[in-house]
Design a protein around this ligand. Structure first.
Ligand SMILES: C[S@@+](CC[C@H](N)C(=O)[O-])C[C@H]1O[C@@H](n2cnc3c(N)ncnc32)[C@H](O)[C@@H]1O
Length: 161
């Protein structure tokens, strides 16, 4: 995936922050921000998605938002996601990584956001050539070695029109 030249990339649910670091290395000309609501996470910005996007001074600078293995299905999680979707500018890419067993529910949640201009651009099975968090890599190895395709990580790219 081509680096984002300028603007802001947000890693929602960044946990230990290693994926955020990968994003920083790949996008040296962008501001990469990891957020996580868990106070015990390694992330500097310990905030929920709603808090972060409500406080963001220049939301129009957001170009890409990553959600790797972050719940958007449960009622509370969907409300947070919906708030984010309303806040981000047109043209923002939303990159989600989910296990195949969750794919239909996640696509359903994205379809529910179509009224805000969200459209699914692509979905692709994860492979090790792609950028991925430690969790994604672990899930891939597990699914690959057990042959349980329901556990395979899938990368969805959605865009706000
Ligand atoms: C399963 S972990 C995945 C961590 C990392 N993205 C990865 O792939 O290794 C999910 C993380 O998302 C965080 N999280 C979940 N919902 C969130 C929200 N609405 N706002 C901020 N962080 C959230 C959790 O605290 C947790 O650290």
């Amino acid at each position: 995936m081509a680096p984002v030249k300028r603007g802001v990339i947000v890693d929602v649910g960044s946990g230990r922050g290693e994926f955020t670091s990968q994003l920083k290395r790949r996008n040296p000309n962008s501001r990469v921000i990891g957020i996580d609501r868990d106070p015990s996470s390694k992330t500097r910005i310990k905030m929920s998605t709603v808090e972060f996007f409500s406080r963001l001074k220049n939301p129009e600078r957001v170009k890409k938002v990553w959600l790797n293995h972050v719940d958007i299905i449960s009622r509370e999680a969907f409300q947070e996601f919906e708030h984010m979707v309303k806040t981000i500018p047109s043209g923002t890419h939303i990159m989600l990584t989910v296990r195949r067993e969750r794919l239909q529910q996640v696509k359903h949640a994205l379809t529910a956001c179509s009224k805000y201009g969200i459209k699914i651009n692509s979905e692709q099975e994860y492979n090790p050539k792609m950028i991925g968090s430690e969790t994604t890599k672990k899930f891939y190895e597990e699914a690959h070695s057990s042959g349980n395709t329901q556990k395979m990580p899938i990368r969805i790219v959605a865009v706000k029109m």
